[in-house]
Design a protein around this ligand. Structure first.
Ligand code: ATP
Length: 371
């Protein structure tokens, strides 16, 4: 069942378009992320779904019920949409204990006494914060406050939870722990999660599906794996690269791609025109440095970071490339080596449109913003 449906929903602030007409289908039980750089329209999209922002045009339905329709003048207030919201700031009442904060939502719905107490207790236990019930928000860590904010929404039985950058106030280690926690909660509650983040790692690890946005326009919708493996365009590929994507100019020649004086084999089945200019994207973590490989290079610097080695090399044609190898093997600066590209390392893009060229030689169509 479709939980949330956006039909050509647009938001303008004066003359500027915050969200271009967007259509999106989010199914029941999904962990759906809206991801993209700052200002791309993620929060505005989420706020329109929740009823905190009025779209300029379009229609939104939640659980098969129209909650907004610009053409028919329908606009259901946020409190009647059955959507829980957790913000970056958590918005807890500072003068109330954890228990009082969590039971507040039940109280305003007229659920009090032992029934309320038992529901609060169950949720606090589920979120592993039952021992903090009598503390005030000021006495909690960021991660604990985040759990209280989640508990407050889950207690009132929200089947749809919208979370706006909920982990961005936490340090790196706690963020990782909370990611695991969110994944567990999502599986346990079966609720539909809509998640806003600018962190590609968060989106890739948490989502069942995600929409990558840029300047108010959805670039691609799909599973993290689909989007990572077959990005629609150069922007998506660069945005989702955990290590900065190496970009080089190439020309299709003799069944391969020539980059300066290096010749790379084309991916299987690639059909490209002889002489065609392409942008070659090389994923740093799928490259290796060997004595013999595809692109001759000289080591500029190399250092070990935990279990991996980060090396910068310069090619004979003057490109600086980053290589991330999954083992400790520091390379001496100045050493002549060669970059070895695995099949998965190379992505090709049309040099004019920046759309990815798929193995069959057909460019990935521009996003029509459909799920
Ligand atoms: P961030 O990650 O920084 O929160 P975002 O992707 O969530 O960014 P939005 O907050 O949705 O982006 O903003 C999208 C665009 O709309 C931005 O250019 C922003 O400046 C603009 N915008 C948002 N709210 C308003 C407003 N109330 N009035 C005018 N412009 C706004």
């Amino acid at each position: 069942m479709t939980r949330i449906f956006l039909d050509t929903v647009e938001k303008r602030f004066g003359d500027s378009v915050a969200v271009a007409p967007m259509s999106l289908d989010i199914a029941e039980g999904e962990f759906f992320s809206l991801v993209g750089p700052s200002g791309c329209g993620k929060t505005t999209t989420m706020r329109m779904i929740g009823g905190l922002e009025t779209p300029t045009s379009g229609r939104i339905s939640v659980c098969e019920t129209t909650v907004f329709d610009a053409a028919r003048g329908v606009s259901t207030p946020p409190s009647s949409r059955g959507i829980g919201m957790v913000f970056q700031s958590y918005a807890l009442w500072p003068h109330m204990t954890v228990h009082q904060n969590v039971s507040f939502g039940l109280d305003v719905r007229g659920i009090r006494g032992s029934k309320a107490a038992s529901r609060v207790k169950t949720t606090l236990e589920q979120l592993q914060i039952a021992h903090l019930a009598d503390r005030y928000p000021g006495e909690l860590s960021g991660g604990q406050q985040q759990r209280v904010a989640l508990a407050r929404e889950l207690t009132v039985g929200a089947r749809i939870l919208q979370l706006d950058e909920p982990l961005s106030n936490l340090d790196a280690r706690l963020r990782m722990e909370m990611r695991v926690e969110l994944k567990r909660l999502h599986a346990e509650t079966g609720a539909t999660f809509v998640y806003v983040t600018h962190d590609q790692m968060e989106a890739l690890t948490l989502s069942t599906r995600m929409a990558v946005m840029r300047d108010g326009i959805v670039q691609q919708v799909g599973t993290p794996r689909e989007i990572y493996e077959t990005p629609a365009n150069l922007f998506v590929a660069e945005f989702l690269s955990l290590n900065r994507l190496n970009k080089l100019s190439g020309v299709v020649e003799n069944g391969g791609v020539r980059i300066g004086n290096a010749q790379l084999a084309l991916p299987r089945d690639a059909v490209l025109h002889h002489g065609q200019d392409v942008i070659v994207g090389l994923r740093p973590d799928e490259l290796r440095l060997e004595s013999e490989g595809d692109i001759a290079c000289k080591v500029v610097q190399s250092f070990i970071a935990g279990a991996t080695t980060l090396t910068t090399v310069e090619t004979e044609t003057g490109y600086t490339l980053n290589v991330v190898e999954p083992e400790r093997r520091e390379h001496t600066p100045g050493r002549q080596l060669s970059v070895l590209c695995s099949v998965g390392a190379m992505l090709l893009f049309n040099s004019d449109t920046e759309m990815r060229i798929s193995c069959g030689g057909v460019e990935t169509p521009a996003s029509d913003a459909k799920a």
